[in-house]
Design a protein around this ligand. Structure first.
Ligand code: HEC
Ligand SMILES: [Cu+2]
Length: 352
């Protein structure tokens, strides 16, 4: 039997379209977390280290339980709404029976579900409290309005002590202890893929540990509202193979080179006049302590706590327009003539 165009089941075609759409939506929803497995963002649905994995499993588990509760209640509610009832005249109060059973079931299931989630939460807290190995490396992180100071080593070992800003390097597969302080107000340190949140409280030293399973850049963010630029208080954790980490560390320990040529010398003079009160450059007389250490600023990927990518243009933009780029930040905007801007840029370019 031949089929003409008008016989074609349009209705069914329509339904096919819809199910294709649903399939695409479902695929997108389930694939999204996988596609983002390597995203360098605050992507908390895929953990990247043992301090975060138990918490992530707990999160998925509690979410699944909540979804199950909502679905079961929705089904029961739909069943109750669609159930046939006797005519009004025949309804007798209290005689139907069976109602109490649902109450016992509801209270019983809720009690079990809450106890299981309490127990699971306690087990998770215990699992992430301490790393399995004693951390070989301690990094002191101090939160400032609105940036992060990162200290490696301390004054007991001046030769190995250096400070950087908004960029934490760690070796892969090694637990690292974070000693957390605040210089002003309460902030919170959070690298979603590596560990839970920890507050940075003035006058107190809190501890957290992080460990990355694989090399990569893991984004962190202040998660306690700390003033107008709270949202621009990000940082990167860069996990590297041990050899790369050691190379990075020995490059950071080095002091800045002495300026050789004329323009760089002019730039350094401008820096000493206008910047050194706040910023330090090790190997020079600049020893300001209330702003990021700039000894190796050129080696960093971001400027001003994740606000700008670190390029020579952005660097000069930042110096001339800090108050427009990050209003209220504790760095003033500077007016520089073309010559001074070029000299300062030339000097800063040597700090890498
Ligand atoms: C009054 C103190 C002060 C002075 C003076 C000052 N800065 Fe800053 N600077 C800061 C603070 C505070 C920050 C951190 C701002 C933030 O991210 O919120 C900063 C950030 C920076 C950064 C970004 C560093 C990073 O790793 O993110 C650069 C580069 C910089 N300043 C360069 C300069 C230069 C060059 C001068 C002189 C022309 C200068 N600053 C003068 C306080 C100062
Ligand atoms: Cu903050």
């Amino acid at each position: 039997m031949s089929q003409t165009v008008s016989d074609f089941p349009v209705g069914r075609l329509h339904r096919w379209d819809l199910s294709g759409f649903k399939l695409a939506l479902l695929t997108a929803l389930t694939a999204a977390p996988l596609a983002h497995a390597d995203a360098p963002l605050e992507y908390f649905l895929h953990s990247a280290g043992p301090a975060a994995t138990p918490t992530m499993h707990l999160g998925w588990g509690l979410t699944a339980m909540c979804v199950a509760v909502v679905v079961i209640i929705a089904v029961l509610l739909a069943g109750a709404l669609m159930r046939r009832r006797p005519p009004t005249a025949e309804r007798v109060l209290g005689k139907e029976g069976g109602g109490m059973a649902w109450i016992y079931i509801g209270v019983g299931v809720s009690t079990v579900a809450l106890l299981v989630s309490l127990f699971y939460t306690l087990v998770t807290l215990e699992a992430v409290a301490q790393p399995s190995l004693t951390p070989g490396l301690t990094i002191t992180v101090t939160a400032y309005d609105w940036w992060w100071k990162i200290d490696y080593g301390d004054d007991t070992e001046p030769a190995n002590h250096f400070a950087t800003a908004n960029e934490i390097h760690i070796p892969v597969g090694v637990p690292v202890k974070i000693s957390l302080k605040s210089a002003d107000v309460i902030h919170a340190f959070w690298v979603p893929r590596l560990a839970g949140k920890t507050q940075a409280i003035p006058g107190q030293v809190n501890a957290q540990w992080i460990e990355a399973d694989a090399p990569g850049v893991y984004r962190g963010q202040c998660t306690q509202f700390c003033g107008s630029q709270h949202a621009h208080m990000a940082f990167d954790v860069i996990a590297q193979p041990q050899a790369d980490f050691d190379a990075w560390r020995s490059a950071q320990v080095r002091q800045a080179a002495l300026p050789a040529d004329g323009q760089v010398k002019d730039g350094q003079k401008i820096f000493m006049d206008r910047c050194a009160g706040c910023h330090a450059v090790r190997g020079s007389d600049a020893a300001g302590a209330q702003a990021p250490d700039l000894t190796h600023v050129g080696s960093r990927q971001q400027l001003a706590a994740g606000t700008l990518t670190n390029t020579p243009t952005h660097l000069l933009d930042w110096i001339e327009h800090a108050q427009q780029i990050k209003p209220d930040s504790l760095m003033p905007s500077f007016t520089l003539n073309v010559q001074d801007a070029a000299a300062l840029s030339a000097y800063l370019a040597t700090l890498r």
